[in-house]
Write a protein that binds this ligand. Structure first.
Ligand code: ADP
Ligand code: ADP
Length: 223
């Protein structure tokens, strides 16, 4: 069974925008890139897969579980494009809160959270309030939140677009490690270099529709 399988997935907003008839398959452990300019429909597609918005038509499964169901939601980590943190909490508290929401066992969380904060490079700053974090740190905190439930599938919506080159490189390094751990990664990006660096296969999206998809090298060759 595929990690992600979408068939004719469509969301049409009232204004006619959205994303149309998207059919893709992502294998377990694969890193898949969804590349397209702003407004192409990347966020809309991912929001359907994580269960935030309901498709107008089409179907999709995550590891065989239909999207929108609790069973499918338990399989995913999600880093939204613009995440607002509880600024008055410390980074560690934010992750702990997420762990609770994901139903992570207390003793597991106690062990996993410091390790995770270390892995995303927050480590010693974990007890500082989020208010004092840089954009890059906030984004890496978001990654820690997305990963705290140890989900097999991770959806990342433009994880490094708002970051400077250094922040971008840090995020990329973390994603490479995730991939090595065998996670299935779905990466929304308008940055070709990010998709090229991480992904095995990709789809090129424009105006809500897939123009091409396949191996990254193939898709880019015929561009
Ligand atoms: P991307 O993530 O590729 O930037 P989006 O999925 O955010 O693209 O948006 C796709 C299109 O749908 C854009 O034209 C956007 O303006 C429109 N759109 C997104 N959300 C809504 C909404 N809630 N209502 C109406 N139109 C929307
Ligand atoms: P994203 O790229 O993450 O979708 P956007 O900037 O497109 O972010 O959208 C920010 C918010 O505004 C989202 O909740 C989106 O659904 C909504 N939105 C985007 N475009 C439109 C639109 N044309 N009409 C109404 N709501 C929109």
């Amino acid at each position: 069974v595929a990690a992600i399988e979408a068939r004719g997935l469509t969301k049409q907003y009232d204004n006619g925008r959205g994303c149309r008839d998207v059919t893709i398959q992502v294998g377990k452990g694969e890193a898949f890139g969804f590349l397209g300019p702003n407004g192409a429909g990347k966020s809309t597609f991912v929001k359907m897969l994580v269960g935030l918005i309901t498709p107008t038509s089409g179907t999709a499964n995550l590891l065989g579980e239909p999207i929108g169901t609790l069973a499918s939601k338990r399989l995913i980590g999600y880093l939204p494009e613009l995440y607002r943190y509880q600024e008055w909490l410390s980074g560690e508290e934010v992750v702990r809160l997420h762990a609770k929401l994901c139903g992570v066992d207390r003793s597991v969380a106690r062990h996993r959270i410091p390790q995770l904060l270390e892995e995303v490079g927050i480590g010693r700053r974990g007890s500082d309030r989020v208010k004092h974090y840089s954009k890059g740190m906030q984004q890496r905190l978001g990654l820690a939140c997305a990963l705290v439930g140890d989900p097999p599938i991770v959806f990342l919506d433009e994880p490094s677009s708002a970051l400077d080159p250094i922040g971008r490189r840090e995020v990329r390094r973390i994603l490479e490690r995730l991939k090595a751990q065998g996670k299935t990664i779905f990466l929304n990006s308008h940055l070709l270099e990010d998709v090229e660096a991480l992904c095995d296969r990709m789809a090129l999206l424009n105006n809500g529709q897939i123009l091409r998809h396949g191996q990254v090298s193939e898709v880019l060759q015929t561009r």
